[in-house]
Design a protein around this ligand. Structure first.
Ligand SMILES: Cc1ncc(COP(=O)(O)O)c(C=O)c1O
Length: 356
């Protein structure tokens, strides 16, 4: 019963097969291979837009390169207070952006709001000695398992552009958001104002493959050199490209994500039916954040369930905050999570919480 991470479940068979199939003969290294050419063309088709595509092995790399290209070293980059770039990337964005500052913005359930962003921007009026507001980074789906509706992305990106900022989307779980929203990828990215997207695949069935997708070339500068200088150009790029080619073929990426989302919905419904458990935020993608008695969490772990404790500064002082004997935990479903595992977890929780 492993709900620790969507990274825990290995690799989709189609992707593993594509990597094995790519392991024949010689190919041009450093991205000059046929797989890379084909996958760039496929991304252009998928997003209905000319794109520049830079393949990298990790989501942190995709985010750090994307953010660094949107801001000068003296820039301010606005992101959600719970965002991965702010809390969990060891300062990679600031490092690659040569010291630019991430400015955390609050907002319920991982989503920034227009008034929240306006207030944050107002603190950086561009007076002589301030940092210069330079970029906005939105995460889709969010770190709280929610999904920005298209109009909210458009409103936030519109405000950012009005203020001269470039807009990045951390799409480590872009597939889960796209599957949940059901809109064309173009509608939830560049048509809504996204300039650069970190398009994730690793969490949704790849071995290690992420793509920086640049929609606005004028804003995404020097990525070719930034990637190499950052030590992130993989010499045998054909294997990254082969993963992504298989991922995009026949909508595999959406099928895998839809399954993960459906499993999360099943888990959320089951957990919410237990009187001892409540959900911190709505479940809209593949992450579930139950608040439950710490004693029940401990018993579930003892019975074999695996999940992480979680903290969320945004919950403090709200009606959603855990009481002293309650714990907030994170349960993540994946492309390979089985319905039987979810049902077993719910049955165990019901039994251990003293229900029947
Ligand atoms: C929202 C989000 N962005 C980016 C990343 C970074 O991915 P990686 O661990 O591949 O660097 C993660 C990984 O947990 C994530 O959850």
């Amino acid at each position: 019963l492993n709900f620790s991470s969507d990274n825990s479940y290995g690799v989709a068979d189609e992707i593993m097969a594509a990597v094995v199939a790519a392991n024949r003969g010689a190919a041009v290294s450093y991205g000059g291979d046929d797989w890379s050419t084909r996958v760039s063309a496929r991304f252009a088709e998928l997003f209905e837009h000319e794109v520049e595509v830079f393949l990298v092995p990790t989501g942190t790399a995709a985010n750090a390169l994307s953010v660094a290209t949107l801001t000068p070293a003296h820039g301010a980059v606005f992101c959600h207070a719970e965002s991965h770039i702010h809390l969990e990337e060891c300062g990679a964005c600031e490092f690659y952006a040569l010291g630019a500052r991430l400015v955390p913005v609050g907002g319920f359930a991982g989503r920034m709001t227009v008034p929240g962003l306006k207030a944050a921007l107002a603190r950086y009026p561009g007076i002589r000695h301030d940092l210069v507001p330079s970029a906005l980074s939105l995460t889709q789906s969010t770190e709280c398992g929610t999904v920005y509706p298209v109009d909210e992305i458009a409103a936030l990106a519109g405000l950012a552009h009005e203020n001269g900022l470039g807009v990045h989307m951390d799409g480590a779980r872009f597939a889960n958001a796209a599957a949940a929203l059901g809109h064309a990828p173009a509608d939830i990215t560049w048509r809504a104002g996204i300039d650069i997207l970190s398009f994730g695949a690793t969490k949704n069935g790849a071995i290690a493959a992420e793509a920086v997708i640049v929609f606005d070339r004028a804003r995404g500068r020097d990525l070719f050199h930034r990637r190499k200088r950052g030590g992130l150009l993989v010499s045998k790029t054909r294997f990254l490209a082969a993963q992504l080619e298989a991922y995009l073929a026949d909508d595999l990426w959406l099928r895998l994500a839809s399954h993960a989302n459906a499993m999360a919905a099943r888990l959320a419904t089951g957990l919410a039916s237990l009187p001892a458990v409540r959900l911190a935020w709505p479940v809209e993608a593949n992450e579930v954040f139950p608040v439950l008695p710490c004693a029940l969490a401990a018993k579930l772990r003892k019975s074999g369930a695996v999940f992480h404790d979680w903290t969320a500064s945004g919950l403090a002082g709200t009606e959603h905050a855990p009481s002293p004997d309650e714990c907030l935990v994170r349960m993540v479903t994946s492309f390979r999570t089985e319905a039987g595992d979810i049902d077993a977890l719910i049955a165990a929780a019901r039994r251990l919480a003293g229900g029947n």
